[in-house]
Ligand binder design. Sequence first.
Ligand SMILES: NC(=O)c1ccc[n+]([C@@H]2O[C@H](COP(=O)([O-])OP(=O)(O)OC[C@H]3O[C@@H](n4cnc5c(N)ncnc54)[C@H](OP(=O)(O)O)[C@@H]3O)[C@@H](O)[C@H]2O)c1
Length: 360
Amino acid sequence: MKQYQVGIIGATGMVGQRFALLLSRHPWFRVKLLAASARSAGKTYAEAVEGRWAMKEPVPEALRDMVLYDAVAEKTEIAAQVDFVFCAVDMKKDEIRALEEAYAKLECPVISNNSAHRFTDDVPMIIPEINPQHAEIIPAQRRRLGTKRGFIAVKSNCSLQSYVPALYPLSREFPVTRALVCTYQAISGAGKTFERWPEILDNVVPYIGGEEEKSEREPLKIWGHVEGDRIVCADAPQFTAQCLRVPVSDGHMAAVFASFAKKPTRKEMLDCWAQFSGLPQQLELPSAPKQFLHYFEEDDLPQTKLQRNLENGMAVSIGRLREDTQYDYKFVCLSHNTLRGAAGGAVLLAELLCAQGYLD
Ligand SMILES: NC(=O)c1ccc[n+]([C@@H]2O[C@H](COP(=O)([O-])OP(=O)(O)OC[C@H]3O[C@@H](n4cnc5c(N)ncnc54)[C@H](OP(=O)(O)O)[C@@H]3O)[C@@H](O)[C@H]2O)c1
């Protein structure tokens, strides 16, 4: 496979640090440059993350002395040096929309973790095992942007990266009509550590701004289909969500209740999960888990601390499947929010787009 030169926009943040670790040892992608805000520009990466490095592993040796670019002021210089960029920044939505579009128009594709473009009609929002076919919209987006190479592709919100993978494979044979989800989300999802957010210890916060809307709405784009020059959202399943912040470092858990147009048996659900495999597994993409969905029979599994790193944090853990009195079934599921839910999911998406030729 060809080697791709990549940039990380937002390299100093929680997701950016994950990108730095994942990409520093990636077989196809070589980190050519790092960028963040004007506050970090001109510093080495080691200086810029000093006192806020939140990963268990140290800052990758090869990146320590790289001098950070200003992602806004130095777009042209950045775009000229890389094949594409990963983007995870904390800025206002309209600023992110403009920034990502500017990179795309500079013929630098953007693989984004940000929510700003998730509902732009011709921007694919892809979970690689679930809806890889949405990449077919990229030529239409390039026509709108007037680019040959440049485009934006996004990944979906971290909150839904456990329950959408669990429900989508079932829905192909047993359409899901409605689902209720309660999520128990890690503090790294807010870019925080326990040192930076001591008030979360011994506490639960029943509000994460904008999260419930994303958790209810984004699945419908993933269930949607390409029609002409846009992705049309599905109108089912109907989701209702409550999202809580809990005192764990990494890993978003979801408690799910679901009803189906045709109720499957428990065995049919377990067989479906065990047999499910997507394009990343068929293509043997470097970051793809061997088995995407793992079911645990033990009553007290999955647990955030025990299962979040399953298959390098790229697999989804499911457990406690049983019938419900109000919905057909209930179960719990778990995914790592900064790996599968953020940087890892974006790296896998980039691998898929490389394999499909969109990043050549
Ligand atoms: N954390 C998660 O689990 C998660 C999951 C999915 C998606 N996301 C999304 O990923 C994005 C980043 O999240 P995060 O948790 O990594 O945030 P974060 O830790 O607060 O990091 C924010 C990053 O944005 C950069 N930045 C801020 N203002 C900028 C500007 N004006 N120009 C250029 N860069 C700027 C920061 O650079 P400086 O250091 O120079 O300020 C930093 O690198 C957000 O859109 C978030 O919604 C996060």
